[in-house]
Design a protein. Structure first.
Lengths: 401, 401
């Protein structure tokens, strides 16, 4: 008897017709397997609940998590009905009924423990457990939520806890693509990808999987499959690097339009000035990505450029403007009209010239590079937003994707 | 320290503005009291959830109760936020978090036990507990619901369990009226009413309180108050008969348009025939109310007339038509164009002539009586639906209401 975890997101469960379709997909996976199906709330439902909370400016509390976790209760109940109607022995469970024990951090709780024994007991009487994603219960008996995208995390955590053969994440696309098919029609579905590559892709803009869930899968060496709930085709498997026989030098090109560039010029260049600036950012929970520092031509002052998430635009501006006492500078400019383009691949580690090819390609297309950041399996550059499409298309071509 | 239970229904909690208003009402009742506030789901929400279930023709199951009880989770969370914003120490709780233990009957569960100790503990840290109405948990850890109108029952059960001083049921009317103000503009709010009178009024059409909740209050001798969440006036108190110093002969006139009349004529009059007919009704869960039996003029056959709830119209027709083997009859007719008019009052018990006055009044207005049923404190008659308004108005007048 194998155990498989299947997860369906909000667009896949929006309405009774879609739930009936999912019931058929679930039944088709039964054979001799026991299944845990993780569901989100219907698309739009969590936004509606969030809007109620916004009217009260309420967040990160017992109350906000109680309100936000009510949507899954509806979808799991209805899918279990649809399964029973197909003759499948099914039981719906909420997070606290397993229980999925979490810490006390409302709206961003971390899973501490999952009661495997209880799941085993349910599998004595039922073939399918339909489980509410996104939610758990803390030690004081309050409902908690894992944060937006948390259903992916529930799926991976459950799959790891019960030693599932794999965890299938159903979405509205066929899998992970070499780049965004909306920009490059030649984008191809990737059949296998390492956790590291998927992580880099997630964090650089490919919105297929929640980063936390990929990290958790990697930690537990759990095979993930990203596939479509519509087309019924094999999707993209996300596996351990060792299982990738032939490592692609570049697996994909991703982009992100959520960055903003911050430039501070004429900083008095003293030791510790970087620590001061980035200490200030950290204090205010502003994540900083790419950093470029130049000594200016006068040899005394420096210019500092870095990127932040666009949502922190206003906060960053205020924080730096109010910090003149901490460090002196001549001018500050912020720019949202930038894009981050990344090429990602496991093969890069053992292959020289990948970065060079990227820079040359961009130069040939007269695209200016504003900042660079690299990891072992990723090169990212910041460019003017208007060049996004041409950069993605030409890079996709030169790396033969 | 007194404990007061307050209950607000679906129309009172539909939307954030209304919830803010309720928070003010709740705060005004705090003083030195500890409060438990029972809420329904937002008006329309339970209907939406019911419609999902109807699409699957699902009822009375783990799944249906899971789906139906999701709405209160939203309202209790939001009201607790609104209370915190007014500086009130408040905690939201779901049925299972108390827990409110029920039996296993999905969609019509009965409360078995309420954990008073836990409520006491919460009152050490909080002044207000905002509790989800309508729901509980059974011994196997599944969520159950108490049936439509179940929030009234939750309120009364909680108030009884914690020895609350009283239980205030907030609605969109000022209290219980001598009759429906929409029909008779001279209808007056009743200041005090016995449980028995309220029960008769509920079951004969005044839709203010759920019958089960009144029965439970009577059993526990708990004072109920029905009052408006809009006008902030003292409402109608429902108390033990002994507390009514001056018993009104007739307290109110109520009516119901939900009845249907069933007439079976030409039944072969043998001993046990009534038992057969009403046994058949009971087997099919059809509630029978007024019963009139006449021997027909031939002296051999009998005519039987009784009333049922309109929702059982089709079922009753089919059941009787298919029962020719059980008992023979000449013809069957069903009629929805009837109304039940009732006069209710504790003083009736010790006062002759109440029924006579009713029959005379109706006769004077040329209203034919199709059936009669009486209890110690109630007289009901079945009439043609078209006479409803004139019957209510004239009866309201002759009893000086």
């Amino acid at each position: 008897m194998n155990k498989i975890v299947m997860k369906f997101g909000g667009t896949s469960v929006a309405g009774t017709e879609k739930l009936k379709n999912i019931a058929k997909i679930v039944k088709s996976q039964l054979k001799n397997n026991k299944l845990i199906v993780i569901l989100s709330a219907m698309a739009g439902e969590t936004n509606k609940l969030q809007s109620y909370l916004d009217e009260f400016q309420e967040q990160n509390s017992i109350e906000s998590d109680l309100v936000l976790t009510s949507g899954e209760q509806v979808t799991i109940g209805l899918l279990s009905v649809a399964l029973k109607n197909l003759g499948v022995k099914s039981i719906p469970l909420l997070g606290w009924q397993v229980p999925i024990l979490t810490d006390e951090n409302y709206e961003k709780a971390k899973i501490l423990n999952i009661d495997k024994k209880r799941i085993k007991e349910y599998f004595l009487n039922y073939d399918v457990i339909v489980l509410a994603g996104f939610q758990g219960i803390n030690l004081t008996g309050k409902i908690t939520s894992l944060g937006r995208g948390g259903s992916d995390t529930t799926a991976v955590a459950i799959a790891s806890a019960i030693d599932a053969e794999r965890c299938d994440i159903y979405t509205d696309v066929d899998g992970v693509f070499t780049t965004d098919p909306n920009i490059e029609s030649n984008a191809k579905k990737i059949s296998k990808l390492s956790y590291e590559e998927m992580l880099e892709m997630s964090s650089t803009g490919a919105k297929v999987l929640h980063t936390r869930s990929v990290e958790l899968a990697m930690k537990n060496n759990l095979t993930l499959q990203v596939l479509s709930s519509i087309t019924n085709k094999t999707g993209t498997f996300i596996v351990d690097e060792k299982e990738l026989i032939e490592k692609e030098i570049v697996s994909g090109v991703s982009y992100s339009n959520n960055e903003a560039k911050v430039s501070i010029s004429g900083i008095l260049d003293k030791p510790g000035i970087s620590a001061k600036i980035f200490g200030l950012m950290a204090e205010n929970n502003i994540n900083v990505d790419m950093i470029v520092q130049n000594i200016s031509q006068d040899g005394i002052s420096a210019n500092m450029t870095f990127t932040i998430n666009q949502k922190d635009y206003d906060l960053t501006k205020t924080v730096i403007e109010n910090s003149k006492k901490l460090f002196d500078y001549k001018s500050l400019s912020l720019d949202k009209k930038v894009a981050k383009i990344s090429v990602i691949g496991m093969g890069m580690m053992s292959q020289a010239g990948v970065a060079e090819k990227m820079f040359k390609t961009l130069a040939k297309n007269s695209i200016n590079i504003l900042a660079i950041s690299t990891s072992e399996i990723k090169i990212s550059v910041l460019i003017d937003k208007k060049h996004t499409n041409i950069a993605v298309k030409t890079l996709h071509e030169v790396y033969n994707l």
